[in-house]
Design a binder for this molecule. Structure first.
Ligand SMILES: [Zn+2]
Length: 309
């Protein structure tokens, strides 16, 4: 059985974002604390004892405190159920949490060579001593089985695949330490339980849905999908920023080419939005946008939501 815990569902900045006075952030600080959400990451386990994080958000420390499944085992002086971290991109909201895992517990980081190059290029990540924390390259379209401490198999198979996206923001206009070939900057993952064959998809960043991607996702029992913005120009329209969703490498929820329309009719049992920006009106429970999300069969998860497959 695969167990999946949503550690956080928000995009970079979280809800509320430290410097934001938009309607969602204001409500999250005051009369609607239930709107608060940490930055996107999930944890997955096949045996319930050993867990893998998919992305390590800047809110990781808070997420681990809030998630009993990831607490140290009773009676152990030093322990963590976390066996590894799989990174799908090199954005701050996917990698900064690694810095909260520097206290000597052994685990493995799995990432595409382009993301590993970013970690190598930023010496602060050397706090993760390579004696304890191995870094293993993963490749597009090459399935791998992350291992447990000691090297035994985890029972989880992960297939990384390329999705339309953008490189990390902070490298825009700069020399990428991984070179000029952008393939591998944004990965989607198919995560399977080897014992049961059940699987789900994880795409926290995706700039568009191609026919190939539709064919891949069709019939899945669970898909986590990019829900950054409701409409492409929402940050500009709200006076919050100058970038469009597309400019940031993210598809909109709404519209003819948006996520809701693109994934409709693909016979997906459970569709869950992740990486939702605080500007997105679908976060507000009573909003017309939220009703449209729910009517279309999508879910916006609360932090800590556990799903089993
Ligand atoms: Zn805000």
């Amino acid at each position: 059985m695969l167990r999946v815990v949503v550690l956080g569902a928000a995009a970079g900045g979280g809800v509320p974002q430290w410097n934001c006075g938009c309607p969602v952030c204001r409500k999250a600080r005051t009369e609607h604390p239930e709107l608060q959400s940490t930055q996107a990451s999930i944890a997955v386990s096949a045996d319930g004892d050993h867990w893998f994080l998919i992305n390590a958000s800047p809110d990781l420390r808070q997420q681990l405190i809030a998630t009993p499944q990831l607490h140290p085992k009773a009676g152990e002086l030093r322990h963590s159920p976390i066996s590894g971290v799989i990174l799908t991109n090199g954005e701050v909201d996917a990698v900064a949490g690694l810095l909260s895992m520097r206290e000597g517990w052994p685990f493995t980081i799995y990432a595409h060579e382009r993301v590993l190059a970013i970690l190598r290029d930023n010496s602060i990540f050397n706090v993760l001593n390579e004696k304890n924390v191995q870094r293993r390259p993963i490749e597009i379209n090459a399935a791998f089985e992350p291992t447990l401490p000691g090297g035994s198999p985890s029972g989880i198979e992960i297939l990384p695949f390329a999705v339309p996206g953008k490189g990390a923001w902070y490298l825009e206009g700069k020399v990428h330490p991984g070179g000029t070939d952008g393939a591998g900057d944004t990965l989607g993952l198919r995560v399977s339980d080897k014992a049961t064959g059940k699987y789900f998809y994880f795409l926290a960043a995706c700039a568009g849905v191609t026919d190939d991607l539709k064919a891949r996702l069709a019939g899945a029992s669970l898909v986590f999908f990019d829900g950054t913005v409701w409409r492409d120009d929402e940050l500009i329209a709200a006076g919050l920023g100058t970038k469009t969703g597309q400019g940031m490498g993210h598809i909109a929820m709404s519209g003819d080419t948006g996520a809701i329309e693109s994934l409709a009719g693909l016979d997906i049992d459970r569709k869950v939005f992740l990486h939702i920006n605080n500007s997105n009106p679908a976060l507000l429970h009573a909003s017309p946008e939220r009703k449209m999300v729910e009517r279309a069969g999508w879910q916006i998860p609360a932090d800590g939501t556990e799903i089993t497959l």
